[in-house]
Ligand binder design. Structure first.
Ligand SMILES: [Zn+2]
Length: 168
């Protein structure tokens, strides 16, 4: 395989590391042997997964996570306890247990919210939309098609608005 000039018409149309590949395309094809074997879709999915993982790692807060797990477990226990009750008598007999679970659940939810707030993990909607705006302008530096930028912007704002935000 040989590298070509950037404006050589036989230049491979594949994308590597975010740039157009520098190899010569195979005879009668639009891509070189390597890009031929790694279709853009696979590369794209790989990059998306890589970024999702990276962002998840950056936003991961262990104590918040373990509290969230606890909330999940308590909710499940509470649901199970309620489902076991077939009638008012069952409810009455199990009321102490149910009340205990409900109280624990509420406490865990409250500490979770406090912890998230104190660790700066919760944004208000204004800050989140500002970040969304920044993201769209970064995308605008790389994507030149205004229709695509518009669609990406719409999609990002729509997702941001679906997130739950702190009240104050
Ligand atoms: Zn290539």
């Amino acid at each position: 395989m040989s590298e070509v000039d950037i404006d050589d018409p036989r230049r491979c149309q594949g994308i590597r590391d975010g740039r157009q590949c520098l190899q010569r395309a195979l005879e009668g094809r639009t891509k070189c042997a390597v890009c031929q074997r790694s279709p853009e879709g696979a590369v794209r999915n790989f990059m998306l997964t890589k970024w999702r993982d990276r962002i998840q790692r950056l936003s991961c807060n262990d104590s918040v996570q373990s509290l969230r797990d606890e909330v999940g477990t308590l909710k499940m226990l509470l649901e199970t306890a309620l489902n076991r009750c077939q009638n008012d008598d069952d409810l009455y007999i199990n009321s102490t247990q149910i009340a205990n679970l409900a109280e624990k659940c509420e406490r865990a939810v409250t500490s979770c919210a406090k912890l998230e707030k104190s660790s700066g993990m919760m944004l208000d909607k204004g800050a989140a939309l500002q970040i969304a705006g920044n993201i769209v302008s970064i995308i605008g530096e790389f994507v030149k098609d205004p229709v695509i930028i518009d669609q990406i912007g719409e999609a990002i704002v729509e997702r941001v608005l679906k997130v739950e935000f702190k009240e104050d």
